[in-house]
Design a protein around this ligand. Structure first.
Ligand SMILES: Nc1ncnc2c1ncn2[C@@H]1O[C@H](COP(=O)(O)OP(=O)(O)OP(=O)(O)O)[C@@H](O)[C@H]1O
Ligand SMILES: [Mg+2]
Length: 767
């Protein structure tokens, strides 16, 4: 029994606490008051889910209250009894994290992890969510749900509820498996029909015969080829030997010809030398003499050359001295010209005149200076003795002193000018004097030089006399050297000629020696040549023999190659045929195996269909026997003897038993029943179905069962729900907005209210 539930922030429920009782619990209230939410909360507490959540119509984060204020989490707490124990399960839903769960038994903790809690409850109640949602919790407006469905859908839904849909799935899968096996079989049969097994077997035995014949021939040909190959190798080696010998012979012949031509050339050269008629002794004597002469001539040439160099040197020195003296003569002439015509005397006279002039100016200056001193004193006296004459000590007459003073001053001034002129004059004379003195000094130095150059003309003259004989001597020496050199050239030419003759004679001696050696070599080669037997003809004959034998050998090899090719082809054919045969055998095996599988599957399918039929019949008869026992309790009138479920091939039908003309007949409920009767029939069907699926059915939840019912129907339902159903099911939950259901006898009525205009939360009124 479900004792109570507490909802915190669960959709419209801020904090709702509901107590339930055995028998009928009516949850009543206006549209949107939060009634169905309580049933979702019961399902969620027990199994962690509810239909709308399972089918994805709502998400977990849509559960926590979001108006008028947003809450981050919701909580539900359900208390229920099972056996002797009381359990409390609570679950918390969060917007952004995984849900939490907690389960306790008789106040003691049992489980915490969400999935574990669900598993534990399933085992306590012996009920899982699927069964709960099918048999106990029918969602809103679904009481006559089965009557509303169309044929095929109804069949599928009821089969699903009874768990018979699995049979249909297995059946379908088996059929498609059988079909695909059949298709494969068909493909294989088609493949097999394209292969002629007998023909392949014939062909295999024929090819095998051909192969053994070909292998025999190959063996014979192989032996023949081996023999021929050996012969060919032997002849080839003979040919090579003969060819080598012949090559050797040709080589020796070539060498002999070369030697003979060498001997001929050497003998020619010897003859030419002999024809020259050179006498060796004469040549040697002449060479000795000429060499001596050459030595002497070279020596005298060297001596003359030395003499000539000495002479040239003396001549150059003479010319040098003459040039120097000639320059001295020129300078002498120039000096003579410079000091000539009494220039020195003239300078002395000028010097005297200048000295006199200077002395005179000095004397004049001295007397001038003393006069000036006098005048200065006089002027000073005149200034001191204003009234008396300083000379005569007489009184001055009027203006005399001034006149005297003026006169003296004028004289002093003119004297000063004169003294300056005299000083300048003295300086000028002094400069002139110095200049003349330096000129005199220079001229006197030049006179000294003239003394040095006294003999230069004589010296030049005596040198000039020496030049001519010396030049002649140089020329004579040169002439002598030329003569000597030409003679030396002649002697040297002769020596060269004699040496060449000497070399020629030496070469002849060598040639004689060489001819002897080469002739010896020739004799040896000729001997060797004579001993040689193989010639080109014998080589050619051997080569012909080789060609003939080799072509015979190549033919046999070609035959072997050809027959090995055809043997390979035969073997390939044999392999191909064998493969074909094997694949045929394989296909035949496969076909047989598939036939077996197919038979098995057909049998299996038959068994499934049979089992499904049996099970369906059994379930339907179980539902019907429950309906039989329920019906008199639920429906107290005699017009319908009962309701039963009938299973057809393609549908289920809920039928009512009526008596026509004293005869019991079963007709579809929809065709005879009123709305109320239809609802009670549907209710009976739901309970029977629930009890069949859950043998120990304790709860049933009906959400808006009065939907589609008229007031008479509602009246009948109230009666049944209040008075009959509690005898069959321990606890019934009815959700409704229909106030009349408050009249259900002994019901625990819970009122739901909500200020929907202001998104208010659910308020509860429980008596
Ligand atoms: N997260 C939520 N927070 C607040 N209100 C919600 C939330 N989710 C749904 N609702 C409101 O809850 C009400 C639906 O509750 P519920 O289905 O339990 O009502 P009801 O009483 O069964 O109504 P009806 O008789 O029409 O079936 C609606 O008014 C809906 O707007
Ligand atoms: Mg509702």
């Amino acid at each position: 029994m479900i004792r109570s539930i507490e909802l915190i922030n669960w959709k419209t429920h801020r904090h709702t606490k509901l107590e339930f009782r055995k028998g009928v619990n009516v949850l009543i209230g206006v549209m949107g008051a939060g009634k169905s939410s309580v049933m979702d909360a019961i399902s969620f507490s027990l199994f962690g889910t509810f239909p709308a959540l399972k089918q994805g119509r709502i998400k977990l984060d849509g559960i926590p209250t979001n108006r008028p204020r947003v809450e981050e989490d919701s909580e539900v707490r359900l208390t229920f009894d099972a056996g002797q124990d009381t359990y409390v399960v609570s679950r918390k839903v969060f917007k952004n994290k995984k849900s939490e769960a907690y389960l306790e038994r008789n106040g003691k903790h049992l489980q915490t992890q969400s999935e574990r809690v669900t598993e534990e409850i399933e085992s306590i109640l012996k009920l899982d969510y699927d069964t709960f949602s099918r048999a106990i919790y029918s969602e809103q407006n679904r009481l006559d749900y089965f009557l509303q469905l169309r044929k095929g859908e109804r069949k599928r839904e009821i089969d699903q509820m009874l768990g018979l849909d699995h049979f249909a799935t297995v059946e379908e899968n088996t059929t498609s498996l059988i079909n695909s096996i059949k298709n494969l079989e068909k493909e294989d049969a088609q493949l097999a029909s394209g292969i002629d097994g007998a023909a392949i077997r014939d062909s295999i035995s024929k090819i095998k015969g051909e192969i053994s014949q070909a292998e025999k021939e190959a063996l014979e040909n192989g032996e023949k080829a081996k023999r021929l190959g050996e012969e060919v190798d032997a002849i080839r080696s003979d040919v090579e030997k003969a060819r080598d010998e012949n090559d050797k012979r040709i080589k020796i012949e070539k060498e002999i010809a070369e030697i003979e031509s060498t001997i001929k050339a050497k003998k020619n050269e010897t003859k030419k030398i002999n024809d020259m008629g050179i006498d060796g002794k004469v040549v040697d004597a002449e060479l000795a003499e000429s060499t001596g002469r050459e030595h002497k001539l070279s020596e005298s040439s060297a001596k003359i050359k030395k003499e000539e160099i000495e002479l040239q040197k003396s001549l150059a020195a003479l010319h040098e001295r003459m040039d120097l003296n000639t320059k001295k003569i020129e300078e002498k002439r120039r000096i003579e010209k410079e000091i000539g015509n009494g220039a020195v005397e003239e300078l002395y006279a000028k010097l005297k005149e200048c000295s006199e002039k200077m002395e005179k100016a000095i004397a004049e200056a001295a007397s001038g200076s003393s006069r000036a001193e006098e005048l200065k004193e006089l002027i000073a006296e005149l200034d001191r003795h204003k009234g008396v004459c300083p000379v005569c000590e007489r009184e001055f007459e009027e203006g005399l002193r001034e006149r005297l003073l003026k006169k003296n001053k004028e004289e002093l001034e003119s004297l000063k000018g004169k003294l300056v002129a005299l000083k300048q004059e003295t300086k000028r004379s002094q400069d002139e004097k110095e200049k003349i003195e330096s000129q005199i000094k220079k001229l006197e130095k030049l006179s000294g030089r003239l003394e040095e150059y006294k003999d230069v003309e004589r010296l030049v003259e005596s040198d000039r006399k020496m030049v001519e004989p010396m030049v002649k001597k140089v020329r004579d020496t040169e002439e002598l050297l030329k003569k000597n050199e030409s003679e030396l050239d002649g002697v040297r030419d002769k020596i060269r000629e004699l040496k060449s003759k000497h070399e020629t004679l030496k070469r002849k001696a060598e040639l004689d020696k060489e001819i002897v050696a080469v002739e010896k070599d020739l004799a040896k080669k000729l001997e060797e040549h004579r001993s040689m037997k193989t010639d080109q003809d014998s080589v050619d004959a051997l080569q012909d023999r080789f060609n003939t034998k080799n072509s015979e050998y190549q033919k046999v090899l070609a035959i072997i190659q050809e027959s090995s090719k055809s043997l390979r082809m035969l073997k390939q054919q044999l392999k191909d045929r064998t493969d074909q045969l094997n694949s045929l055998i394989e296909i035949e095996k496969r076909i047989k195996a598939r036939k077996g599988q197919e038979d098995l599957l057909i049998k299996f399918k038959g068994a499934i269909i049979e089992t499904e039929g049996l099970l369906r019949n059994r379930l339907v008869s179980s539902i019907n026997s429950i309906l039989d026992s329920l019906w008199p309790g639920l429906y107290p009138y005699g017009d319908y003897v009962g309701v039963k479920l009938n299973a057809y091939n393609d549908d289920y039908s809920l039928e009512a038993g009526i008596t026509i003309d004293g005869k019991e007949q079963w007709v579809a409920v929809d065709s005879v029943a009123s709305g109320g009767e239809r609802s009670i029939a549907s209710l009976a069907m739901r309970i029977a179905l629930g009890m069949t699926i859950v043998p120990n059915l304790k709860w049933i939840i009906l959400d808006e069962p009065t939907h589609n019912l008229d007031s008479a129907g509602i009246g009948k339902l109230i009666e049944v729900l209040g008075e009959k159903l509690p005898d069959i099911v321990e606890q019934i939950f009815i959700i409704t907005h229909d106030e009349s259901l408050k009249g259900i006898s002994y019901a625990n009525v819970i009122g739901f209210e909500r200020d929907k205009n202001n998104s208010g939360s659910t308020a509860i009124m429980q008596n």
